[in-house]
Design a protein around this ligand. Structure first.
Ligand SMILES: Nc1nc2c(ncn2[C@@H]2O[C@H](COP(=O)(O)OP(=O)(O)OP(=O)(O)O)[C@@H](O)[C@H]2O)c(=O)[nH]1
Ligand SMILES: [Mg+2]
Length: 232
């Protein structure tokens, strides 16, 4: 077993004259600050043997191909081209690690999508094993974000990965993506239905996020949840 050093959230206390002043205790504000600081691509891992040292809390982005994982990572970090996005499913092919903070306080992990039928079968299998093994076995993984296209809601392949995470007791947030693509009334219905379905999954966090990487709706809230999960 690898010993994981204790990592603390950045202290936002600073001295003003001789006084120690609390700048803010607000999680959203702390998350905003952290995510507007240095964020760097660390490495791509095509296999488990290439993972970085497990010394920093990690948050993973999982979900079907083209659901918007890389776009969400870019929106959260306010950097357009940090993670590579594409209209063509299958853009992200390895586990990509991004350091938030310098020295890093949190690592974001962009992953290949699952359920991508057009890719060669052995490639899909390899991605699936890599993603599943990482999600099930990574000790510093503090939370997984399971992204779901808000236009479609949960598909059988989403439920499959949720069940896999349930069995591994690996806690996850469902995140409805591309909220700008449907009407708010529709989005509310999908959210309600998804929450109902999530209740049967023990590792699903009760809070479900609705986001848009286009309009940045829901992004500040998700940043706060990431910071919270990383240091819970
Ligand atoms: N309108 C809108 N489009 C989005 C949003 N998020 C992603 N997209 C688009 O959806 C497509 C796929 O986005 P990606 O971020 O590459 O999706 P991915 O899940 O990383 O895909 P893979 O790496 O192939 O698994 C791109 O054309 C994005 O511009 C969103 O919130 N709103
Ligand atoms: Mg991607």
């Amino acid at each position: 077993m690898v010993a994981v050093p204790q990592v603390r959230a950045p202290s936002l206390r600073h001295t003003s004259g001789d006084n120690l002043v609390d700048e803010t205790d607000d999680l959203t504000e702390r998350a905003r600050k952290l995510f507007s600081g240095p964020i760097d691509f660390l490495k791509s891992a095509p296999g488990l043997q290439f993972l970085p040292d497990p010394k920093v809390p990690e948050i993973a982005f999982a979900g079907r191909s083209n659901v918007g994982k890389s776009s969400l990572l870019n929106a959260l970090t306010n950097r357009k081209g940090l993670a590579r996005t594409s209209n063509t499913p299958g853009r992200t092919q390895e586990l990509n690690f991004f350091d938030v903070g310098n020295p890093p306080l949190i690592r974001l992990v962009d992953m290949p999508g699952y359920g991508f039928a057009e890719a060669p079968k052995d490639l899909v299998k390899r991605w699936r094993f890599l993603v599943n093994d990482y999600l099930r076995g990574r000790q510093v993984l503090k939370r997984t974000l399971v992204l779901v296209d808000s236009r479609h809601g949960l598909k059988p392949v989403d439920e499959e990965i949720m069940t896999m995470l349930d069995k591994a007791a690996a806690s996850y947030h469902l995140v409805l993506t591309k909220g700008d693509k449907i009407k708010p009334t529709e989005l509310a219905k999908v959210l309600e239905r998804t929450a109902e379905q999530a209740r049967t999954h023990p590792a699903a966090h009760p809070t479900i996020f609705t986001t848009s990487s286009e309009t940045a709706s829901g992004i500040a809230e998700l940043r706060a949840a990431i910071l919270d999960a990383a240091f819970a």
